[in-house]
Ligand binder design. Structure first.
Ligand SMILES: [Zn+2]
Length: 548
C-alpha cells in the first residue's frame, strides 16, 4: 500500500447509518443474518421496554423471548442475544435478536449512553452482524428530572446533569457511542478491518427527517474523533511535526477551514523560541499550524483552540525511563483534538470564528538538544530557564498562548497531555481543568456534562507562582513535584497574562488511556477526548459563555 492509500484509509467511518419511520417491525424488509436490537428495562421493573413503546403489542413475544433468556438482568449495558430466533413465535423477520439492558432511568446519562452504544458495537462485531435494525425508542429510558430526589448526583450529592438527555440527545449519543465503539486502527495490520455493518435506526416517535439529521450529526462528530484517534495512535516516526501539519492541511481541504503552516525559519523570524527550543534536538524540525474557520468574519465571536503537539516525547536530555515510553507517541493528543474539532466545526459550518493553533515539535536528546539550565526568550519577550527538558509541553504552548492574543479572542481553550501529576490526582477518569475566568470555567463544565467527558477543576493559587520563578530568568519551567499539574497551569498563565478568558485542559489521563472512559473507547488507541466537549461548547456557545 502506498503512503497515499494509507492516508486515504484514515478517518473512514465504515459503518453506514440510516433510518426508517416505524410502521411495524414485522414489515421491515431484512435479509438473512439480520439482527434486531431491542432495549429492555430491569427485571425488577417487570423487564418491560420503556413506557413509550408499551403500546407496541407486536414486540411482546420477542421481548418475552429475550427476557426469559438465562442470565438476563436488564442492568445497564447487560446484553443478551438470541440467535436464530423463532419467527413463528415472535413474528419478527430478523434471524437474530439482541436484547440490551438499559438499566434504570438514572442510567440515562451521556457517558452511560455512549458506553451503551459502544457495548452494542462490540456485540455486533462479535456476532458479525452485517444488517442491523435498532429500535431506538425501546432504548430511551430517561431520568425524570435534573433536580428531583431520583436525579443522578455525584459523590457529594451535586446534580450530575445540567439537562436530562432528550430523545434526540439520546439518539445522537447512542449513535456516536456505536460508531466510536466500532473504531479500529488497522493502518499497520496486514489484514485490514473489513467489518462494515449497515445499521438502520427505527423509530415510532421521531420523524424521518429528524432521525436523518441526528444520525448525520453523530456521523460528522464521529469522523472528527476518528481523525483525532488516527493521529494520536499513529507511531511518532510516522507522525512528526511536518506530518501533523500536512494532516491539518488535509482536514482543512476536506472540511473547508484555512490552514497556514510556519516552518522553522518562520518560527525563528517570529520569535517562537519555546517551540524551537523543544525541537532543536530532533532531526525533524518543528512546525506551528494556524487553522481558521470563518476567517475574516469580523462580527462573529472568536474562540481560539490551542493544542500541544509534541509528536514524540523522549523527555530530551532529562530522558524518560524505557518502560512505557512508546505511549509518548500520544503526546500530541492536544494537537490531534484541535485538528479533529476544527474538522467537525468546519463541516457543521458553525457560526463562530474559530482559530486552531498547534505548536508541534519532537522532543529528542542529541548533541543539539536543549540542556537543563539553558535560557530562551519566548514569543512575548519573557525569559524561561529550562530546569527539566521533560517539562516541554508548556514551552511549546507558551508561544502559542502569546500568539493567540493576535486574534483578540473572546476565549482561549488549550488542551495538552501536560503532566503526569494530573493522572496521580484524578486518575484516567477526568480531565484536569484550570483557568482565569469563572464564567468560562463554569460554562465549559456545563458543556462537558452534556457530552459525558468528565472534567474536574484544579486551583491556580497565587502561592504556586513562587516555585515557578527562576533566579536567572523570569521563570523556570519546572518546580518541585507538589501540585505539579497546577504549577503547569500556573506557568501557562504567565503567558496568558490576563489578556483573555482562558481555560487549560490537562488531558494526560483521559486522552491516551481508555481505562475508565467507557465501552465506546476501545483499548490501545487514543480516546479523542475532548473533541466532543469542544464541539458542544462551540455549537451552543450562547448557552455556555457570554461573548461580545
Ligand atoms: Zn515531557
Amino acid at each position: 500500500m502506498t503512503q497515499k492509500e494509507l492516508r486515504n484509509n484514515m478517518t473512514a467511518v465504515k459503518a453506514t447509518l440510516s433510518s426508517q419511520k416505524y410502521k411495524s417491525l414485522k414489515a421491515l424488509s431484512v435479509t438473512q443474518g439480520s439482527l434486531l436490537v431491542l432495549g429492555l428495562g430491569q427485571k425488577d421493573e417487570s423487564a418491560a421496554p420503556v413506557p413509550s413503546v408499551k403500546t407496541l403489542r407486536d414486540l411482546e413475544p420477542a421481548l418475552r423471548t429475550l427476557v426469559s433468556t438465562p442470565g438476563f438482568t436488564g442492568k445497564a449495558e447487560s446484553i443478551v442475544a438470541v440467535l436464530h430466533q423463532n419467527s413463528a413465535v415472535t413474528g419478527l423477520p430478523h434471524s437474530h435478536l439482541l436484547g440490551v439492558g438499559v438499566g434504570s432511568p438514572t442510567d440515562c446519562q451521556p457517558q452511560n449512553i455512549l458506553s451503551l452504544g459502544g457495548k452494542v458495537a462490540h456485540s455486533l462485531r462479535g456476532h458479525k452482524a452485517t444488517e442491523v435494525d435498532i429500535f431506538i425508542d425501546s432504548l430511551y429510558n430517561p431520568a425524570a428530572s435534573v433536580s428531583g430526589k431520583d436525579a443522578p448526583k455525584d459523590h457529594a450529592g451535586r446534580p450530575l446533569l445540567t439537562r436530562i438527555p432528550s430523545r434526540e440527545d439520546f439518539l445522537e449519543k447512542f449513535a456516536l457511542g456505536l460508531l466510536l465503539g466500532l473504531y479500529s486502527f488497522d493502518r499497520y495490520k496486514k489484514k485490514k478491518d473489513d467489518y462494515a455493518p449497515r445499521i438502520r435506526f427505527v423509530s415510532a416517535i421521531l420523524d424521518e427527517k429528524k432521525l436523518k439529521d441526528i444520525l448525520a450529526k453523530a456521523t460528522t462528530l464521529a469522523k472528527g474523533i476518528y481523525l483525532t484517534r488516527d493521529l494520536q495512535t499513529t507511531p511518532g516516526g510516522d507522525m512528526q511535526p511536518a506530518e501533523i501539519a500536512r494532516q491539518a492541511q488535509e482536514a482543512g481541504r476536506k472540511s473547508g477551514f484555512k490552514t497556514i503552516v510556519w516552518d522553522e525559519k518562520k518560527l525563528k523570524a517570529e520569535g517562537m523560541n519555546g517551540i524551537l527550543t523543544v525541537g532543536q534536538g530532533s532531526e525533524a524540525p518543528p512546525r506551528f499550524i494556524i487553522m481558521e474557520h470563518n476567517a475574516g468574519k469580523k462580527n462573529l465571536p472568536t474562540i481560539v483552540l490551542v493544542g500541544k503537539g509534541v509528536s514524540f516525547d523522549t523527555g530530551g536530555i532529562s530522558i524518560k525511563p524505557a518502560a512505557g515510553m512508546e505511549e509518548m507517541k500520544m503526546d500530541m493528543s492536544g494537537a490531534a483534538a484541535v485538528i479533529g474539532a476544527m474538522h467537525v466545526i468546519s463541516e457543521r459550518k458553525l457560526p463562530v470564528h474559530v482559530v486552531g493553533l498547534v505548536a508541534s515539535a519532537e522532543n529528542m536528546p542529541s548533541g543539539k538538544a536543549v540542556r537543563p539550565g539553558d535560557i530562551f526568550t519566548a514569543h512575548d519577550g519573557q525569559t524561561v530557564e529550562v530546569i527539566n527538558t521533560d517539562a516541554e509541553g508548556r514551552l511549546v504552548l507558551c508561544d502559542a498562548l502569546s500568539y493567540a492574543k493576535t486574534f483578540k479572542p473572546d476565549a482561549v481553550i488549550d488542551m495538552a497531555t501536560l503532566t503526569g501529576a494530573v493522572i496521580v490526582a484524578l486518575g484516567p477518569i477526568s480531565t484536569g481543568l484550570m483557568g482565569n475566568n469563572a464564567a468560562l470555567i463554569e460554562g465549559f463544565k456545563k458543556a462537558s456534562s452534556v457530552t459525558g467527558e468528565k472534567v474536574w477543576e484544579l486551583p491556580l493559587y497565587e502561592e504556586y507562582k513562587e516555585d515557578m520563578r527562576s533566579k536567572v530568568a523570569d521563570y523556570r519551567n519546572s518546580g518541585n513535584r507538589e501540585g505539579g499539574s497546577q504549577k503547569g497551569g500556573t506557568f501557562l498563565n504567565f503567558f496568558v497574562g490576563g489578556a483573555y478568558p482562558w481555560i487549560h485542559l490537562d488531558i494526560a489521563g483521559t486522552a491516551d488511556t481508555p481505562k475508565g472512559q467507557g465501552a465506546h473507547c476501545p483499548p490501545d488507541v487514543g480516546t479523542g477526548v475532548p473533541v466532543s466537549s469542544i464541539v458542544e461548547f462551540v455549537s451552543n456557545l450562547k448557552d455556555y459563555f457570554k461573548t461580545k
